[in-house]
Design a protein around this ligand. Structure first.
Ligand code: IMP
Length: 434
């Protein structure tokens, strides 16, 4: 089966292990494209014992010949991007105009966005969202407001950029002083900094939407790499405890500038349990020894912020909803090894609400929902060396089969340790990309 394009999305609250799946599938693709979010993402790839934590640069950079694209739907922080590019170059990973293209229409994260993000959160106190403080929300807000927004293409016109930054910073300074009692930011210093970024990045900046539409027309293979997870989607997640972009497969077309039909085969990445960073409802959360066990074994500390992640059981009701939203055809299951050693494992199959069983998933009622669990036998064995389904303990196989049933999709990829090669491939997900 030839699969055409592929879209990889997270079906939980982010940190599902998308980096490893993208890296595996990128080997068969011509382009890997980020279409949403920004440096709030933290995609990990482990190669030969070396761990790479990617925030802005697509995870296709580890595969030669792949063109990596930062699409127009991304909020682009040039400081983070340059740091990441330099870090990769130092470690022998080639990143340059041949392998990385940045959309001239992506919006630029400015120092005042990061500052606004942190000050907003501090002002909200106990009601805060728990953002990554990367300036994501304020940058998307300015994109929607239009007048205070700066796009990547504008970084290359030094004179116009200086003039625009001076104008915007004067207004931002008034806002920061009035709302938070903050001192002024130095517009000239910010302009110098961003003019220098423009000079450095200019060879990589282009009209990526046109590039990708040409690729679609030529039948080249594109992988769209989702950030965060569906439950953090600005429209369909646990609003207001979400990020500020469309992270499901529904965000691909506007975020990359391609027709919706270019989305292709959708792979939904799930973790064998659930984690969440930041505030907001989380029905299957285990704020107890089980949660601690999962956090320790899964090393559940934020890739971007280092914050301990909240951990809990797999929520099949939520994942089914997320898979339906994105039109997922195959699941990629990660961190199955983390569950090893538990006497029993639980899966949430639905919610009870106001005395009845909730018929349709609804992310707005989670705070009042009570989980309905099914308990399955656990397994003791270390499964990190398993490379075929038959190598897994019977209880682990039964767990995977139950998830497939509940989410109504096959699992085509199982990761059993962070290392690039530690996976079980089923069906023709990877071969189909050839
Ligand atoms: P923001 O995207 O920094 O505004 O954060 C909004 C919410 O999304 C917070 O709860 C963050 O912890 C969460 N979040 C944003 N990006 C990621 C991610 O890549 N993984 C997990 N959580 C994320």
């Amino acid at each position: 089966m030839a699969l055409g394009n592929v879209t990889v999305v997270g079906l939980q609250w982010g940190d599902e292990g998308k980096g490893k799946v993208v890296d595996a599938l990128a080997a068969k693709c011509d382009y890997v494209v980020r279409y949403c979010g920004g440096a709030n993402a933290g995609h990990s790839v482990s190669i030969g014992g070396q761990k790479f934590a990617m925030h802005l640069i697509p995870c296709g950079v580890f595969n030669r010949g792949v063109v990596n694209v930062i699409g127009n739907g991304v909020v682009f922080d040039p400081a983070v991007a340059i740091q990441e590019i330099d870090g990769l170059l130092q470690r022998g990973v080639k990143v340059g105009p041949d392998s990385l293209r940045i959309s001239s229409a992506a919006h630029v994260v400015m120092p005042y966005h990061r500052r606004q993000d942190a000050l907003n959160e501090a002002m909200l106190g106990g009601g805060k969202i728990g953002t990554t403080a990367r300036g994501i929300g304020p940058c998307y807000a300015d994109k929607a407001a239009r007048w205070p927004a700066i796009r990547v293409g504008e970084l290359t016109d030094a004179e116009a950029l200086r003039e625009k930054i001076t104008r915007i910073v004067a207004i931002k300074n008034k806002l920061l002083a009035a709302l938070y009692g903050e001192g002024p930011m130095d517009a000239a210093a910010i302009a110098d900094e961003y003019v220098a970024y423009g000079r450095r990045l200019a060879p990589m900046i282009c009209n990526t939407a046109a590039l990708l539409r040409r690729a679609v027309a030529a039948g080249e293979k594109i992988l769209f790499e989702g950030g965060q997870g569906t439950m953090l989607d600005v429209d369909h997640g646990t609003y207001p405890f979400v990020t500020s972009s469309s992270v499901s497969a529904c965000g691909v077309a506007p975020g990359a500038g391609v027709p919706p039909s270019a989305v292709g085969h959708v792979v939904g990445v799930i973790k064998a349990y659930t984690s969440r960073v930041g505030a907001g409802p989380f029905p299957t959360e285990q704020d107890n020894d089980t949660g601690e066990y999962l956090r320790k074994r899964g090393n559940e500390y934020g890739t971007t912020t280092g914050r301990p992640r909240r951990c809990g059981w797999f929520d099949a009701f939520a994942v089914r909803y997320a898979a339906d939203l994105s039109g997922v055809s195959t699941l990629a299951l990660s961190l199955l090894d983390v569950l090893s050693g538990l006497e029993e494992v639980r899966v949430c199959t639905g919610y009870r609400l106001d005395g009845g069983k909730l018929a349709e998933y609804d992310p707005t009622v989670l705070a009042r929902a009570e989980c309905i669990y099914q308990t399955l036998p656990g397994w003791k064995d270390d499964i990190s060396a398993c490379r075929r389904m038959e190598d897994l303990p019977a209880a682990a196989r039964a767990y995977v089969a139950r998830l497939e049933e509940l989410v109504a999709r096959p699992v085509g990829f199982i990761s059993v340790s962070p290392e690039r090669t530690a996976s079980i491939l089923r069906g023709d997900l990877v071969e189909g990309l050839a």
